[in-house]
Design a protein around this ligand. Structure first.
Ligand code: FES
Length: 197
């Protein structure tokens, strides 16, 4: 690690609030109150450091950042390969109309292909969609590749947060600024290049 890297890590750690992991798998809103940052910290929008070392393939971790749920999903190679085949069904495959940092404006909508990091709020009217795996019991058809379903008005998103065509949600799920401290630690709310919060 260079001196520059060490300085960056020191800065990121100093600026980071409590580890924000609040649940795996099907844990849903609301969050566990005992693990929430203080109201003052939340209001200030402090970054949240998360340990992703125990995430398993297909598993979702939910953390809170700025009062919003942020989902971190570990994707398999097959899940990543599915984005290309799903492309004709997706409204904004290039994410031109959607909100994400430049470093996540790619087919996987992520820094590291295996990890999706998105704000878990539907881009239609703000409901929190459900995570529906292919292995879950569902009536979304045999071609369902896994992703997120918003029951409020019936919007679908794939495992990169790409919105399907023909549903009420207008854009892909939002990717928040985030950066990696190491292979197993991530910070939500900090830009990796500038360190800006
Ligand atoms: S809020 Fe999600 S479809 Fe309307």
């Amino acid at each position: 690690m260079t001196d520059g890297d060490k300085d960056k890590r020191r800065f990121l750690l100093a600026a980071t609030t409590t580890v924000g992991a609040v649940g795996f798998g099907f844990a849903v809103w609301p969050f566990l109150a005992s693990l929430k940052p203080s109201a003052r910290t939340q209001a200030a929008g402090a970054p949240v450091e998360v340990d992703i070392g125990k995430l398993e393939d297909g598993q979702r971790l939910i953390v809170e950042w700025r009062g919003k749920p942020v989902w971190i999903v570990k994707r398999t190679k097959q899940m990543l390969a599915d984005f290309e085949t799903l492309a004709p069904k997706l409204r904004d495959i290039k994410s031109d109309e959607s909100i994400q940092p430049d470093y996540a404006k790619n087919i996987n909508r992520s820094i590291k292909p295996e990890y999706l990091v998105v704000v878990g709020i539907c881009t239609h009217l703000g409901c929190s969609p459900s995570y529906v795996k292919t292995t879950d019991t569902h009536d979304l058809g045999e071609s369902w590749k896994g992703g997120f379903f918003c029951p409020c008005h019936g919007s679908f998103f794939d495992l990169a947060g790409h919105v399907y065509s023909g549903v009420p949600a207008p854009t892909n799920l939002v990717v928040p600024p985030h950066t990696y401290l190491s292979d197993t630690r991530i910070v939500i709310g900090i830009d990796p290049q500038s360190g800006a919060v």
